[in-house]
Design a protein. Sequence first.
Length: 321
Amino acid sequence: MSRTNIAERGRRVVRMERDALSEVEQRIGKAFVRAVELIAESHGRVIVTGVGKSGLIGRKIAATLTSTGTPATFLHPVESVHGDLGIVGSDDVAILLSKSGESDEMLPLVDHLKRFGVKTIAITGNDASTLARACDVSLDAWVKEEACPHDLAPTTSTIAALAIGDALAVALLEEKGFRREDFARIHPGGALGRKLLTLVSEVMVTEELPTMSADDTMRTAVVLLAERRGIAIAVDGSRCVLGVITAGDLTRLMERDEHVFGVRVSDVMTRTPKVARADELASAVVYRMETHGIMAMPVIDTDQRLVGVVHLHDLMRAGVA
C-alpha cells in the first residue's frame, strides 16, 4: 500500500468525524438547555456512567466536568449493583452514555437511579431507545456511520458523545460564572497551574535595583544597563518611576550622537514606560512583554512606587512564559 493511500485513509476518518460533529451541532437545542439546567440547579454531583468505549468517554466527561467546577464521578454500571450505588445521593444528576440505548448493563441502572430520586440524562445514538425514553432528558448523539470501514468499531459515535459532554461542561462553566482564578485553584500543579497562579511579586527582583535620577547623565545609565540586565529606571525622591532607558534606547542614541556620556537621562528616557504591578498575574506581564518586545519591566505598588524589576528570562525559568 502506498503512503498516499495510507494518508488518505487517515484524512477520511477525520473528515467523517468532522461531518458527524457538524450534524451533532445542529441538533443541540432545547434538550441540551434542559440538561444544563438540571445539572446547574442540582445540589449534588454528576454521576457519569457507561460500558465499553462509552465508559471510557464517560470517564473523560466526568474528569472535564470536575476540572471546570462541576463535581462529577464515574460509576461503572456493573459495579453499581454490587455496592457502588452507595456513592449516589438524591440530589445527584446522572449522565448515561450508550450508543444503542439498549445496553443490558445500563437499563437496570436507570431504575435504580430513579428509586434514589436522581435526575437522568441520556447521551445516545438512538433517540427512540429504551434508555432515551426512560431518562428525564435525552441528548441525540446519532451518527450516520462509524469511521471504521466495517461500520463496527466505535469511532464517530464516541467523538459525538465526547463533544456533547464537553459542550455540557463548558456551558455549565459559563452558567456558573466559573473564572480562570477558580480554574487555577483546582489546577495548582504543572505548567498550567504556574501560569494561572504565579504573581509578579514571586518572580521579580527586589534588590540592587537599577535606579538613577532623571538629572543623571547617560554615563550612569550605561553602567546600569551593563550591570543590571539591560534596564535603567529614573525615579524621584519618593521612588516613583519617571522613565526608563533600555539597551535599545542607548543604541538609537549612539546612532545619532557620538558623545553620549554627557547627555542627560531625561532627554533619552521613555517617560510613559510599560510597567507591571506586584499583585498581578505573571502570565499577563509575559503577554505585554511579548506584545511590545520588552525584556524587562519596572514593578510598581499601588502608590506607583518602584518595588522591583521583572525580567522575561526569570519568567521563563519560573515556567510562566
